[in-house]
Design a protein around this ligand. Structure first.
Ligand code: FES
Length: 154
C-alpha cells in the first residue's frame, strides 16, 4: 500500500468533502464531525460520480408519524439513480449483503518536522544598548504552528 497526501485538515471542514485524484482513481474524502473517510468516487451501479451526491442521514421511526433523523451526514446518495451508501463503511443499504463501494484508510499526520521552540528566557538578554529591563515581566507562552495533513492509503 502507498500513502498519498490529499489535503490539509483545514481544506475539508466538518460536513464537507473533497474529490481527489490518487494514482488514477477518483476518491471522495469526507469529514464527518472531525473524522475523515475516503470512498471510491465510482458508483457500483453504473459508474456514476457517487461522492458528488447529496449527503444525508437515516430516518428512524418506532411508530408511524414519529421519526428521528439519525447519523446525519453519514450517507451519500449517488446523483445518477439515487443508490445510497454509508460513507464510513462503503456499505449499501438497499442490498447490504452484496453491494458496497470501495473504502480507503485515512490518516492525519503533521507535515514535516516542527522547529525547536524558542527559548523565551533568553529573549530578556537581548537588551538593546541604552535600555534597562523593568521590574515586571508579562507571562508568555511558546507558540507552534502545526499543519495537519490528510493521507489516503490505496
Ligand atoms: S450509477 Fe449510481 S445509482 Fe446508478
Amino acid at each position: 500500500m502507498s500513502k498519498y497526501a490529499v489535503a490539509t485538515v483545514g481544506e475539508i471542514p466538518p460536513g464537507q468533502r473533497k474529490i481527489v485524484q490518487v494514482d488514477g482513481r477518483s476518491i471522495g474524502v469526507f469529514n464527518i464531525q472531525g473524522e475523515f473517510f475516503a470512498l471510491r468516487n465510482t458508483c457500483p451501479h453504473q459508474g456514476g460520480p457517487l461522492c458528488q451526491g447529496i449527503v444525508s442521514g437515516f430516518l428512524s421511526a418506532t411508530t408511524p408519524g414519529e421519526f428521528t433523523y439519525v447519523r446525519r451526514g453519514e450517507m451519500v446518495r449517488c446523483p445518477w439513480h439515487g443508490w445510497e451508501f454509508d460513507i464510513k463503511t462503503g456499505q449499501s443499504w438497499w442490498d447490504p449483503s452484496k453491494t458496497r463501494v470501495r473504502t480507503y484508510e485515512v490518516t492525519i499526520e503533521s507535515a514535516g518536522e516542527q522547529p525547536p521552540a524558542a527559548d523565551v528566557s533568553s529573549a530578556s538578554t537581548d537588551v538593546p544598548p541604552g535600555y534597562k529591563p523593568g521590574p515586571y515581566t508579562a507571562e508568555s507562552f511558546p507558540v507552534t504552528v502545526e499543519k495537519q495533513v490528510v493521507y489516503v492509503e490505496i
